[in-house]
Ligand binder design. Structure first.
Ligand SMILES: Nc1ncnc2c1ncn2[C@@H]1O[C@H](COP(=O)(O)OP(=O)(O)OP(=O)(O)O)[C@@H](O)[C@H]1O
Ligand SMILES: [Mg+2]
Length: 374
């Protein structure tokens, strides 16, 4: 999706992908295949480029630091990126700066973890500081017995785990902002992210029922974090809506699933904005192109026997809902994997969000799981 934006801007995006079947490698001519965590590979790859950026968080900080020491312009830079890579460092930094956060502790053994159960109450949320995604690396632990059983093996791999109170929340929100080296910031309207089993399944923009005051408060928080951490590029700030206010969940410093809707739903997509930001161009308008925008992720699933091919499913979908916008990533359909998304836009302020959600959901279920369109 970043390549699509780069084409429009006349940029030659050079891509390093881990394997030939990764989505980015499938769409970029001359994509280089290699290990994105290897310094020598990245040194060769970055030679002659204006700027180096990422679409995931897994390039080791030591490698990013070494590239910067070589004089490569890397955005986001290591001093910002570490707070997207390490949830514990993020909690400590944002907590110390007074940003609203859940209660948390760093724990090094099961006894410390049990002590958190005493102070925060059970259940607890336990996270590996780095490497998690789509709920992997996050556990809800119901009591002391479960903590002993589930988590003892984890300490052999992770010297410190992040333990958080389980936040009683109404819903999850996301504020996505872009910031340039010049210091310009631009924020899209706040989005509600609907999660099932730790995976984002839908996004609703603007977040339904959010007051203007609360939306402004959330936007200010996201902009303050981008500025405070000196983020360059797109920053997504995930929030828990607790009714009386919000708490910060985590940060992503790259185009993020909670802003895929911007491709059709905003004047400037997050992919174009990320490129503009890292190249220090003026940022584009983040205004909505429709009164409401709903995105549904296409998750791969077991297809019932006799399900038509993906090509036929697309054919049926477009006949059924000509206005649905489909993005497929060319990924092999492993169960539960995000293999695409569908975006639908309201045509008038009277269109109900629940009707948009039903349309987006029907399209995603049909494409991913072969559930018939009605
Ligand atoms: N302290 C908490 N209290 C309650 N629920 C939580 C808490 N922390 C995380 N969760 C739930 O678990 C989900 C995944 O947590 P988190 O965002 O930290 O993990 P992740 O796997 O890195 O996510 P992502 O898919 O965004 O990369 C959250 O979206 C939320 O639904
Ligand atoms: Mg998350």
């Amino acid at each position: 999706m970043t390549q699509q934006a780069a084409i429009s801007l006349g940029l030659s995006l050079r891509i390093l992908a881990g394997a030939a079947d990764e989505s980015a490698a499938l769409v970029a001519a001359g994509a280089q295949l290699g290990d994105g965590s290897d310094l020598e590979t990245l040194r060769g790859f970055a030679r002659g480029a204006d700027v180096l950026t990422f679409d995931h968080e897994h390039v080791p900080l030591s490698v990013v630091n070494a590239l910067q020491a070589d004089g490569v312009r890397v955005f986001p830079a290591a001093h910002a990126l570490r707070y997207a890579q390490d949830k514990l460092a993020m909690r400590e930094r944002l907590g110390a700066a007074g940003f609203p956060s859940p209660k948390f502790r760093a724990v090094a053994d099961v006894d410390q973890l049990l002590a958190c159960g005493q102070t925060f109450g059970w259940p607890l949320i336990v996270k590996t500081p780095s490497g998690g995604y789509d709920g992997k690396g996050v556990w809800q632990v119901s009591d002391a017995a479960a903590a002993r059983e589930q988590l003892v093996p984890l300490f052999s791999e992770h010297p410190r785990l992040l333990v958080e109170e389980r936040v009683a929340m109404r819903r999850e929100l996301s504020a996505v902002v872009a910031r340039s080296p010049y210091g310009q910031v631009a924020c899209w309207p706040v989005t509600e992210t609907v999660q099932h089993d730790g995976i984002c399944v839908q996004t609703l923009t603007p977040a339904p029922g959010l007051s203007d005051e609360r939306a402004e408060e959330i936007t200010r928080l996201a902009i303050s974090i981008a500025t405070e951490l000196d983020v360059v590029g797109v920053l997504a700030v995930e929030f828990f809506d607790i009714g009386s206010g919000v708490l910060i969940n985590e940060l992503a410093m790259r185009p993020h699933n909670s802003a895929h809707w911007t491709i059709e739903g905003a004047r400037t997509s997050q992919f174009e904005q990320h490129l503009r930001a890292v190249l220090d161009y003026p940022l584009g308008s983040t205004a909505l192109t429709a009164p409401a925008v709903v995105m549904a992720n296409v998750l791969a699933g077991e297809l019932p026997p006799g399900t038509p091919s993906l090509d036929e499913r697309l054919h049926h979908l477009f006949a059924h809902d000509p206005a649905a916008r489909v993005h497929l990533y060319g990924k092999s359909p492993r169960a539960g994997r995000k293999v695409g998304h569908v975006t639908v836009l309201a045509e008038s302020p009277d269109d109900s969000v629940s009707a948009l959600r039903a349309r987006a959901n029907a399209a995603a279920q049909w494409l991913g799981h072969g559930v018939s369109l009605t």
